[in-house]
Design a protein around this ligand. Structure first.
Ligand SMILES: *Cc1c(COP(=O)(O)O)cnc(C)c1O
Length: 375
């Protein structure tokens, strides 16, 4: 493959010296959990997003689980409450709801930014709705200040799944003044899975919130439910972030802004250069900062997706699909009630993710020419 879809080693090797130094620092320190690397990383993450309290945790799914569990502990949520969630998300957004007996209300996405359709979500609000899980899919900030402020006034919890959108910025201020995703609503989950925009060398995640009490609860829940040594106020979990992973993430955090700029230039180049009418390119929004975790194109017809992928592959261009099967069609969700979701299903049948993680704008121009020549 001349342009593989993803080569994690290429992303990592750019800072291998610093990663080796970080590993060596942790090895020599004798502290492998609960140490200065995790603390330092938490501070740096909060700084990047414009404030709040960050808690480093084991992965993105656990970050979401901890948020929902903490709101159950504080009495804000209980079994049977409805949570609005976009139907086209990755299944990890929905799993914690199932675990805690919360009811996911699946809502179709917006056809331009693939995030929640706010107008539609507004109509799904009922007396049992207690929260909204915003998913900044593909690195698109999902925010509508006017509608969300109204939801907030009605008592809704506004939770962000920021696994794909670290350092993205919404067009309008969030609830706490910052426009950065991760600090828009009440609490946010981050993932540092190796393929994410800020990827570790293994699993990692974080919760960010302006609510100090919530942050303390989550910190305790992630450490067996212990608020101080050998004192357990919750029946908690073990969801901690390793010191060595935190040290790696601090190294990679230093390259994030440069890497995000590169992703944005690659996306712009694709959108300017691709004109084949068999595909629709994603919209570039001038008023927000998209961070392009993926660059998703959609074929007009589902039937040509595989032909186009094969053609690109034959020409040395790797692609992927995000996601081929939406959560409500997964076997584990067969008992889930939902309204018909034709747009979610149609998007899932037509999506192709083009390479973005390891390429330059010049590469994007060449890949675009191949797409334009496809018929
Ligand atoms: C990756 C991802 C998660 C889960 O994060 P992990 O660290 O893999 O557990 C959750 N939600 C979305 C939208 C994701 O992309």
């Amino acid at each position: 493959m001349r342009y593989p879809f993803l080569r994690l080693d290429r992303s990592v090797l750019g800072c291998s010296k610093e990663l080796e130094q970080a590993a060596s620092r942790v090895i020599k320190s004798g502290r492998y959990l609960h140490g200065p690397e995790t603390e330092g990383f938490e501070q740096e993450l909060a700084e990047l997003c414009g404030g709040g309290y960050a808690v480093g945790v084991s992965n993105g799914l656990d970050a979401l689980r901890l948020i929902f569990r903490a709101y159950i502990e504080s009495g804000h949520l209980q079994k049977g409450d409805e949570i609005i969630v976009p139907a086209n998300t990755y299944i990890a957004s929905i799993l914690p709801l199932m675990e805690f007996g919360l009811t996911p209300v699946l809502v179709e996405p917006d056809n331009d930014d693939f995030c929640l359709d706010f107008g539609l979500a507004d109509k799904f609000m009922g007396s049992r709705t207690k929260g909204v899980l915003l998913v900044h899919l593909y690195g698109n900030p999902c925010w509508n200040r006017e509608i969300i402020t109204r939801w907030k006034d009605a008592g809704m919890l506004i939770i962000e799944d920021n696994a794909q959108a670290i350092a993205a910025e919404a067009a309008q201020d969030g609830l706490h003044g910052s426009r950065m995703t991760g600090l828009l609503g009440d609490a946010a989950a981050f993932s540092f899975y190796p393929t994410k925009n800020l990827g570790g060398l293994g699993d990692g995640g974080a919760v960010l919130t302006c609510d100090k009490e919530l942050a303390m609860t989550i910190k305790a829940l992630a450490n067996y439910g212990s608020d101080y040594r050998y004192h357990n106020i919750y029946c908690g979990y073990n969801c901690r972030l390793d010191e060595i992973q935190a040290a790696f993430l601090r190294v990679r955090l230093r390259c994030l802004s440069e890497d995000t700029e590169r992703r944005r230039m690659v996306a712009e180049t694709y959108s300017e250069s691709i004109y084949n009418e068999a595909v629709k390119t994603p919209k570039i929004f001038e008023d927000r900062r998209q961070v392009w975790h993926q660059y998703p194109i959609h074929t007009i017809e589902p039937s040509i997706r595989q032909t186009l992928r094969n053609y690109l592959s034959d020409n040395g261009i790797g692609t992927d699909i995000h996601y081929a099967t939406p959560p409500h069609l997964q076997p584990c969700m067969k008992n889930l009630h939902h309204k018909p979701l034709p747009l979610t299903e149609s998007l899932a049948e037509r999506e192709i993710s083009l390479p973005i993680a390891n390429i330059t704008p010049d590469d994007a121009r060449i890949i675009s020419q191949y797409i334009n020549k496809f018929h």
